[in-house]
Design a protein around this ligand. Structure first.
Ligand code: UGA
Length: 438
């Protein structure tokens, strides 16, 4: 078993470190944020991720250690680099955290160290880090740099890590490919594939995968808007399309637009990378544009079908269910646009205790239950597909509201059921008849 340091305890670094400890490696998670590390040492993760806290508490101080000290790197055979690579205002990727981390490595690596880049990085970054280490590390230390992008979904990250469909490794030597195979040999994905390539290919696989998934979502959202205009049913369309194995059923659920810390950043990043190689990605550029326009379409839909200056209830602020993450959440963008259109907002999210109030302007009211948020409201707007909303008490909500109206921007509910509860129901289809193909 390898002695591993995971540098960076964000979603990717923490899940990677904790899961590697679970499959038997000795892992030290290193972060310069003292508050985070102290909390992790006490078994408390800074993020909500199903199953994470349990594994941390189970592995803490046996296979799993947390530190702020770079000294731990001198004893490691393997260092995973999983620091943030945020977007800059022009869409390019900010590599400063990665470069800072690599510089720290130079001071501390000894013997032979394999440095595995997990962060999503532009094509050529592995080579650039290799060259930086060659220039700046001591002549006694040897190292190799490997690309190993991640495909973890927030909310399902532990399961995705433990049961991967693919492990992508970009390296230049058979020793490095073999090392990565041995690190992951404790994992058992049903159809686990090892994809071995050069680092540039591995780096681009990550961007291509996220951009393609974002394209599917933008496409189905455009189809949803068209469906509303021509009395078609987007759920039936997505279902029928997904039955074609060449298309596949996943990522064809319409919604208020894709968000999160990955798709928006990575589509912008890919577009920027492609331009730097003078090979533009016009499809990805259109997807970025389409996703932004879709938020406006959602706001227009509400403006056209709710009373002027009405009181609205927003259900869900996170970018999707089962996470406390609101980064680039379409719910927040839509909330701000609704405020700009003169609406008054009362918001509820099941993760409300973990979401800082400062993410929305001060004139927004916050509630602690879905029902409470509907008090005197003219419409409920469903923005995140939290299961809790499915079991809402419609009789109470109906009594609470000034006018019983719902904008279901996740197509969570059934029109007949909502009509039976005497709600005026607007969803992403707005079809008058149901034509679900079964
Ligand atoms: C995404 C990818 O799915 C992961 O494979 C990847 O590892 C990760 O980014 C990353 O790069 O780190 P994640 O951001 O957790 O994972 O979220 P997704 O589940 O992919 O959802 C992204 C957005 O698309 C959400 O806003 C979600 O609501 C939306 N979505 C997803 C739809 O609107 N419709 C769908 O059918 C699927």
């Amino acid at each position: 078993m390898s002695s591993i340091v995971c540098l960076g305890t964000g979603y990717v670094g923490l899940v990677t470190g904790v899961c590697l400890a679970k499959i038997g490696h000795s892992v030290t998670c290193l972060d310069i944020n003292e508050e985070k590390i102290h909390s992790l040492q006490r078994g408390i993760p800074p993020i909500f991720e199903e199953g994470l806290e349990q594994i941390i508490q189970e592995q803490n101080n046996t296979n799993l250690f947390f530190t702020t000290s770079y000294e731990s790197i001198s004893c490691a055979d393997v260092v995973f680099l999983a620091v943030g690579t945020p977007s800059q205002s022009d869409g390019s990727v900010n590599l400063s955290y990665l470069i800072d981390a690599a510089r720290e490595l130079c001071q501390h690596i000894s013997g032979h160290t394999t440095i595995i880049i997990k962060s999503t990085v532009p094509v050529g970054t592995n080579q650039m880090i290799h060259e930086l280490l060659e220039r700046e590390s001591s002549s006694a230390a040897t190292f190799s740099v490997v690309s190993n992008p991640e495909f973890l979904r927030e909310g399902r990250a532990i399961d995705d890590f433990m049961h991967p469909d693919r492990i992508v490794v970009g390296a230049r030597t058979s020793e490095d490919f073999n090392l990565l195979r041995s690190i992951y040999q404790g994992l058992n994905g049903e159809n686990l594939n090892f994809i071995e390539s050069n680092p540039e290919t591995a780096e681009l696989i990550k961007y291509a995968s996220n951009a393609f998934l974002a394209t599917k979502i933008a496409f189905i959202n455009e189809m949803a808007n068209l469906s509303r205009a021509c009395n078609a049913d987007i759920d039936a369309i997505g279902k029928a399309m997904g039955l074609d194995p060449r298309i596949g059923p996943e990522f064809l659920k319409p919604g208020p637009g894709y968000g999160g810390s990955c798709f928006p950043k990575d589509t912008r990043g890919l577009s920027h990378i492609a331009k730097s190689f003078d090979s533009p990605t016009t499809i990805t550029d259109a997807v970025i544009q389409s996703n932004l326009m879709h938020q406006d379409a959602m706001v227009d839909y509400i403006v056209q079908n709710a009373p002027k200056n009405a009181q609205l209830t927003l259900w869900g602020l996170t970018f999707k269910a089962h996470t406390d993450d609101t980064r680039e959440s379409p719910a927040l963008a839509i909330a701000k646009k609704l405020l700009a259109n003169g609406f008054h907002l009362n918001v509820y999210d099941p993760m409300h205790k973990r979401i800082p109030r400062s993410i929305l302007p001060k004139n927004v009211s916050w509630s602690t239950s879905p029902e409470q948020a509907t008090e005197a409201s003219h419409a409920v707007v469903v923005l995140t597909e939290w299961p809790e909303f499915k079991t809402a008490n419609w009789a109470d909500i109906h009594d609470n509201m000034a006018t019983p109206r719902i904008f279901d921007l996740r197509n969570l509910f059934n029109r007949a059921e909502m009509n039976a509860h005497s709600f005026e129901y607007f969803n992403l289809s707005h079809a008058s008849t149901s034509t679900i193909l079964l």
